[in-house]
Every structure is written in structure tokens, then in C-alpha cells.
Design a protein around this ligand. Sequence first.
Ligand SMILES: C[S@@+](CC[C@H](N)C(=O)[O-])C[C@H]1O[C@@H](n2cnc3c(N)ncnc32)[C@H](O)[C@@H]1O
Length: 253
Amino acid sequence: MNELIKIKMSDSEIDAWPSFLQAAITEKNKFNLELTPEKKLCDLCDYLYFSEGKLNYHSVDLGTMCFDFEETYRYHQRQHYALSREPLARALGIKGETHPYVWDTTCGTGKDSLLIRYFGAKLLSFERHPAIFLLLNDALRRYPLNFEIVFADASRLMPSENSDDDRPDVIYYDPMYPEKTGSKKSALPRKEMRIFKEVVGEDFDSNEFLDWALKTAKSRVVVKRALSATPIKENPTASYAGKSTRYDMYKIF
Ligand SMILES: C[S@@+](CC[C@H](N)C(=O)[O-])C[C@H]1O[C@@H](n2cnc3c(N)ncnc32)[C@H](O)[C@@H]1O
């Protein structure tokens, strides 16, 4: 992960880029970014590019991907969810007047973050892949919702660094598994989901992550799994099944 990410540049464009993108360029080592003039971009490389007011990811093999929070959020608004029947809301403990503070530690396409926000939780999201983080930030810039996305590997935050007030009530975790473990419903149209998977690869650190999460959350940890997959850690306190996914909840006593 985190190989050099090229970002297409032409002199006239850069001043028109949004400030978060200009700031990322000034911190290009942190994001492992390389500004590459259009003429020097090879035909066989992937890169980010800013065009027509949005940041996109170009994959040589698969085409273009960007995230659209407005479309996803409006989709949620049309669903008339009843919290008491929604497996994710039940797993996170969101109901009535109870609005826990949730860390979505695997923001990915942002789809689950938007749903958690829509359900009414106070939310902080994390994404550790730099290109995905920049695409998420651009989506949030174009359609601001009341939460922040942090560029970090969440599990590197030491539990002791967070005072009780800062620690989340709930940690939500949805790592990338190999395709064969289940048929997860795509968060993106098919082509874009293939690009997302190509960019992110797999997350191999689920067991260590869970140890960290159980020391860090105040009340519960929720792990998203394919319906038929075995739990990452045995004996969840409860499991909430949807049509294609299951949420394993580990209560912290
Ligand atoms: C399967 S995707 C998550 C999909 C997401 N729930 C959604 O709605 O699109 C996993 C994402 O989490 C990120 N990730 C995995 N482990 C992480 C960690 N420890 N800290 C921050 N991001 C992480 C990966 O880079 C990837 O983008």
C-alpha cells in the first residue's frame, strides 16, 4: 500500500484547485503524492486528476472513479428507515434519543459513514489510503455533511492518548476482505467498485485492529462481515443480520 500517487497537473489549473488539495500538495510527502505534468504522464499509469470541479481517480485498466456524497445521502433520505429495524443502527446502539459518538475507522467510499451520520450518530471517520482520503475529502467539500474525515491508520492512535471525553462510544470496522469471503453489496457502481478494490487492496491486520478497538471504544465495537463469514473474533455479544451483511457487536463491560 501507499505507493507513489501521481496527480495530473497543468500550470493553469493548480490555482483553481480547492484549498484542501493545494494543502495536500504542500504536504506531498505525507500523502506520497507526486505532481506530474500532463505531458509526462505515461499511458500506463494510474493517477488523480481534478477536472470539472471534482477530483477523480484514473485507472488505466478500469476507467474513472470519484465519490458522490449527494447521491448517496439523498438515497438514504428516500428510504424512510426505522432505526429499530435497521441492523447497522441496532448494532451501533443508535435509537430514539441515544446518539452515540461513533468512529468509522474504515471510511472507504464513505457510504457507511453517510448512513451512520444519517441515523443521527455523532461521527468521526478515518481513512488510511491517501488517494481514497483525498477523494473522500473532495466529496465532502462538494456536499458538506456534519462530520470530519481524518487521514490516519486509526489503530495507530494510542488508547491512552485519548481522554475519556475524546474516546468514541462505538468503533465501527469494515475491512477489505478477499472477494471469495462473501458477496458484499457494492457501495459503488460495479466498475467503480472494481477500481476501489484495485486501489485499496486487502486489509490484513483485522486481528490486531480488533485488539486495539476493544481497548479504545467505551461501549462497543461493531464489525461488518459477509453474511456467511465467520466472525473475526469468536463469540460476539450479538449479531445483526441484513440481506447480504452481518454486523457483529462486541460489548465492552
Ligand atoms: C472495505 S473498505 C470500507 C468500506 C466502507 N465501509 C464503505 O462504506 O465504503 C475498507 C477501507 O478502510 C480503510 N482502512 C482499513 N483499515 C484501516 C485503518 N486501520 N485505519 C484507517 N483506514 C483503514 C481501507 O483503506 C479501505 O478504504
